[in-house]
Design a protein around this ligand. Sequence first.
Ligand code: ADP
Ligand code: MG
Length: 268
Amino acid sequence: MTAALEINDLQASVEGNEILRGVDLAVPAGEIHVIMGPNGSGKSTLSHVLTGHPAYEVSGSARLNGTEILTLDIDERSRLGLLQAFQYPTEVPGIRLGDFVREAAEERGLPAEEVETRLAEAADRFGMEPFLDRSLNDDLSGGEKKRSEIFQLSVLDPRLVVLDEIDSGLDIDAVRQVAEAVEAMRGPDVGVLMITHYARILRYLSPDRIHVMLDGRIVESGGPELADELEAGGYEAVRARLGIEAPKKPEPAIPAASEFFTDTPFER
Ligand code: ADP
Ligand code: MG
């Protein structure tokens, strides 16, 4: 069976700086996979490269249900069902959530009747009915925004969902609710790739596999025991156990450029 996502020897650089240095990863449909890694290890770069951010020089392969996506435009990737939730969802006063998600579903090519069924079902599952006629993300709490993102993705019938630090900036109750929403996204046709820095969301989630990213590579994959090790000893414990030396590059004095792209990944 083809995996929802299959990445082989994926490399990405910006202005000659190698960021992803040969990533291999497969996420089968029906599974939730987590990528964990310290700041600057390349996690967001991986999500940007998958969705088609133009800033990166890319080589290798990434296939969505067997189709090579690295050569496709951003909109073509999303029509194939590659969807990403934003870390900081934008507030759009005047655009109702229900209208917004219907428009997006039409672009995705879903029949109108099916959209209504999916919308009603997902609104019920994620408790979003009260928000459908309200402006997109307007006056929502951090946790509600993340839940709204997951609701929207679910209506759009995704094949692969990329969640980059969906847990950041949330209090612990919101983290639990978001984890439950991610778990509720599970379905036979969708693979979920969740990127996170902190192990705490994994207390409320049962991922099928956890991958550790260090210095632009997946250095280890395993089960929940990996999250336990990381929570106890941090990334340095994994580094020490695997005998991987920290790279000898100085810390950048300014924040990573990618930090600014999180919500506007497609501006040049
Ligand atoms: P993570 O999400 O794991 O914290 P990132 O993927 O954001 O890591 O960044 C990995 C490294 O790549 C960092 O050193 C960052 O400075 C660099 N980087 C990422 N994107 C860009 C970019 N667009 N321009 C310059 N450097 C970048
Ligand atoms: Mg990041």
